[in-house]
Design a protein around this ligand. Structure first.
Ligand code: PHE
Length: 342
C-alpha cells in the first residue's frame, strides 16, 4: 500500500468512526487513536524516512493536510457533543430552592483553652517565655529537686500516680522549673502551662487537671516584684477593680511561701456566695524560690533570687465563668461548651 492509499484508508476509518461517536469520552479515545503520539497519523509521519527524498515535500503536505482535516473534524464533533451533554445534564439536575439549607454549627473554644490563651497573652506581654515540660516525670524533678526529698511530709500534700519505682505522672508543673534552671543561668522568665495528675476526685478536683506555672530568677528579685506582677495579672484577668493579698503558706520549694487571694470580683469584696462571705477568693500559690532549689540547679543563691507561682487553670475558668462543677469541664458536652466565646 502506498502512502496515498494509506491516507485514503485512514480517512475512511475516521469517517466511519466519527459516525459512531456518541459521547466526548469515546471521542477522546478516537483522538488518541489517530492524533496521539503513538497514533496512526504520527506513525505515517515517522515513516517519512523510508520515502525517497524527492517525494518527501509532497508527502509532507498530504500528511499535514490529513492531520488538519482530522483535527477540524474532531473539534466540530466535540463542540456538538459538549452542547448535547450539557443539555442532558440540565434536564436531569434540578435544584430545589425550597430545600432547607445545611446548617453547620460554629465551634467554640473550651473554657480551659480560653483561660490558657488569656494567661499566655497576659504574661507574654510582661516578657515571659513559654516552656513545656514532660507529663511523665521522675521523682527527682517532681519532688527531690523541689526540696521535697523522700519521706518529706509535704509529699502527702499531693497524692501521686506512680508508673514505676522512679517514674510518675507529674503532680505539679513546678517540675518544669528545675528543667529550666538546670539548663539556663538567670535571667530566667518562663511560663509553663500543662496537665498535672493527682489521685483526687470530687466537684472541685479531678485526677487530671491543668496548671500554669511561672518562674522569674534574676538579680534583686523580691516579694514586691511578685506582688506587683500579681496585681497586674489579677486586674487583667478578673477586671480593673480587683486587688490581691498574700497569706502565709507553705511549699517546700519556696520560702517564704504565700497563698494569693483576689478581692471578690462578684461582690466587690462585700461578701457573697462566690467568696463565701469573706470578700476574698484564693487563686494561686506562690513564693520566693527556696535557695536550696536554686543551688541544686547550679545557680548562685547569693547573687540571684527569684519567685515562682502556680495556678490551676480549671479553677480560674470556674471562677471567671461561674462554673460550679468541675466535671462540666471534662464531659465535652457541646451544649455546655458552646456558651463560651471570647
Ligand atoms: N506547685 C504548687 C502546687 O501545685 C503551686 C506553686 C507553684 C506554689 C509555684 C509555689 C510556687 O500546689
Amino acid at each position: 500500500m502506498n502512502v496515498q492509499e494509506k491516507i485514503k484508508k485512514i480517512e475512511e476509518q475516521i469517517e466511519a468512526a466519527v459516525a459512531d461517536v456518541k459521547s466526548s469520552k469515546t471521542l477522546l479515545d478516537l483522538k488518541l487513536r489517530f492524533l496521539g503520539k503513538t497514533g496512526e497519523i504520527s506513525a505515517l509521519l515517522k515513516n517519512m524516512r523510508d520515502i525517497p527524498p524527492e517525494q518527501r515535500p509532497q508527502m509532507g503536505k498530504l500528511l499535514n493536510a490529513l492531520r488538519q482535516w482530522t483535527e477540524e473534524k474532531f473539534d466540530k464533533l466535540e463542540s456538538g457533543l459538549k452542547q448535547l451533554e450539557l443539555k442532558a445534564r440540565y434536564s436531569q439536575e434540578k435544584i430545589d430552592v425550597t430545600m432547607p439549607a445545611n446548617i453547620t454549627e460554629d465551634g467554640a473554644y473550651h473554657p480551659n483553652t480560653l483561660i490558657r490563651n488569656e494567661l499566655i497573652s497576659i504574661f507574654s506581654g510582661m516578657g515571659f517565655e513559654i516552656f513545656e515540660g514532660p507529663e511523665i516525670e521522675n521523682d527527682y524533678y517532681n519532688f527531690t529537686a523541689l526540696n521535697t526529698p523522700k519521706d518529706h511530709p509535704a509529699r502527702d500534700m499531693q497524692d501521686t500516680f506512680y508508673l514505676a519505682e522512679d517514674l510518675l505522672l507529674r503532680t505539679q508543673t513546678s517540675a518544669g522549673q528545675i528543667r529550666v534552671m538546670e539548663k539556663k543561668q538567670p535571667p530566667i522568665k518562663i511560663l509553663s502551662p500543662g496537665k498535672v495528675y493527682r489521685s483526687d476526685d470530687d466537684a472541685t478536683h479531678s485526677p487530671m487537671f491543668s496548671q500554669m506555672e511561672g518562674l522569674v530568677v534574676d538579680k534583686g528579685i523580691t516579694l514586691c516584684d511578685l506582688k506587683g506582677m500579681l496585681d497586674e495579672f489579677a486586674r487583667k484577668i478578673f477586671g480593673g477593680a480587683v486587688k490581691t493579698r498574700l497569706r502565709p503558706s507553705y511549699f517546700p520549694f519556696t520560702e517564704p511561701s504565700v497563698e494569693v487571694d483576689v478581692s471578690c470580683f462578684e461582690c466587690g469584696g462585700n461578701g457573697c456566695r462566690l467568696c463565701k462571705g469573706t470578700g476574698w477568693i484564693e487563686v494561686l500559690g506562690a513564693g520566693m524560690v527556696n535557695r536550696h532549689v536554686l543551688e541544686g540547679c547550679g545557680i548562685d543563691a547569693d547573687e540571684y533570687t527569684g519567685f515562682a507561682f502556680g495556678m490551676g487553670i480549671e479553677r480560674i475558668a470556674m471562677l471567671k465563668y461561674g462554673i460550679n462543677n468541675m466535671k462540666l469541664l471534662f464531659e465535652g458536652d457541646t451544649r455546655f461548651l458552646k456558651q463560651f466565646k471570647d
